[in-house]
Design a protein around this ligand. Structure first.
Ligand SMILES: [Zn+2]
Length: 321
């Protein structure tokens, strides 16, 4: 019996190619550009559109997870087919059409973080949405991959008619000069970036307090740890609920499976672990549909308990609403 090793599969295809005297040209040339990355689903009467901004392969080192052996982190990344020492960091934004308003949850990288991300605008166009028609932007927290898409590189507003709503505690933390001065060098860049994005539009920005609704059916819930004012969202329409986990669980292959791991980018690692477990436990108990900003596109699905952690179960792609 033939054993299908990778080597003999490659050998067989070479032999087949050699047997044909001249391989036929394909009837159509390759398109050579990606298909739009959009996924649309319903939560009650709300229409939710997941829009992909791309993926950043973020270099990491032995300091990446504060409380885990680097060998264990590397093994888990390898098991998730990530390149060595590069954390796959995909970005998915959500556009919610409540029937009354178009609400965008976080804004992506604005193409200002990695050359492999920044496709949100193209995907928005492909989804048939004009940026001018977006009524409200609700921000979960102030890391650059969530706020940079508010503006172009040249400081122009991408969504000129949208009210921008930000968590009150997040605004207070990042705009406090004492926190900027006390921050380690790596974090100072994020403080300066917050000033670049918000300083000239500060008077137009609305601050919200978690626990309140930012629109009918969109509740904000404090989820501190990743950053002090980090916020998640619960969308409710009819009997349907979608929990938007924001960055409480970054890539699920690492941080759902190992909820106790404390990555460098969680400002308060211990608090982030408690928040993560509380939200994932709730998602498991209620069999709730969830989405995570850094989950593999289209980033929605469910959470189950597995072993000492959790597992993300992707939602099956549907072609009808
Ligand atoms: Zn993020």
């Amino acid at each position: 019996m033939t054993r299908f090793t990778r080597r003999n599969l490659i050998g067989a295809s070479l032999a087949a190619a050699g047997a044909a005297s001249a391989p036929a040209e394909a009837a159509a040339p390759p398109v050579a550009r990606p298909a739009p990355s959009i996924y649309r689903y319903r939560v009650g009467t709300f229409e939710v559109t997941a829009l992909y901004d791309g993926v950043w392969y973020r270099p990491i080192d032995e300091k990446f997870v504060r409380n885990a052996d680097y060998a264990d982190v590397r093994r888990e990344m390898s098991d998730a087919f990530m390149p060595a020492e590069k954390l796959a960091t995909p970005f998915t934004m959500l556009l919610v059409n409540t029937g009354a308003k178009l609400i965008l949850l976080d804004t992506g990288t604005g193409g200002q973080i990695a050359s492999t991300a920044g496709s949100f605008g193209e995907n928005l166009t492909a989804a048939g949405i004009d940026p001018k028609t977006i009524d409200t932007i609700v921000i979960s927290h102030f890391h650059p991959d969530h706020i940079n898409g508010i503006k172009t590189k040249d400081n122009g507003l991408i969504f000129p008619n949208a009210e921008i709503m930000v968590p009150e505690a997040e605004w207070a933390f990042w705009n406090d000069d004492a926190n900027l001065n006390a921050a380690p060098a790596g974090l100072k860049t994020a403080f300066h970036n917050v000033r670049r994005i918000f300083s000239d539009i500060a008077k137009d920005v609305t601050h919200y307090r978690p626990g309140r609704l930012v629109a009918p059916g969109i509740e904000t819930i404090a989820a501190p740890g990743h950053t002090p004012g980090h916020t998640v969202f619960a969308l409710q329409s009819g009997n349907d609920v979608l929990m938007v986990l924001s960055d409480t669980t970054q890539h699920p292959a690492l941080f759902a499976r190992h909820p106790d791991w404390q990555p460098q980018f969680d400002i308060d690692g211990g608090l982030a672990v408690a928040t993560r477990k509380a939200l994932l436990d709730r998602a498991v108990a209620d069999r709730m549909l969830v989405t995570g900003y850094h989950f593999p596109f289209p980033a929605c699905g469910h959470i189950i308990r597995r072993g000492t952690g959790y597992e993300h179960v992707p939602m099956l792609w549907q072609t009808s609403l």
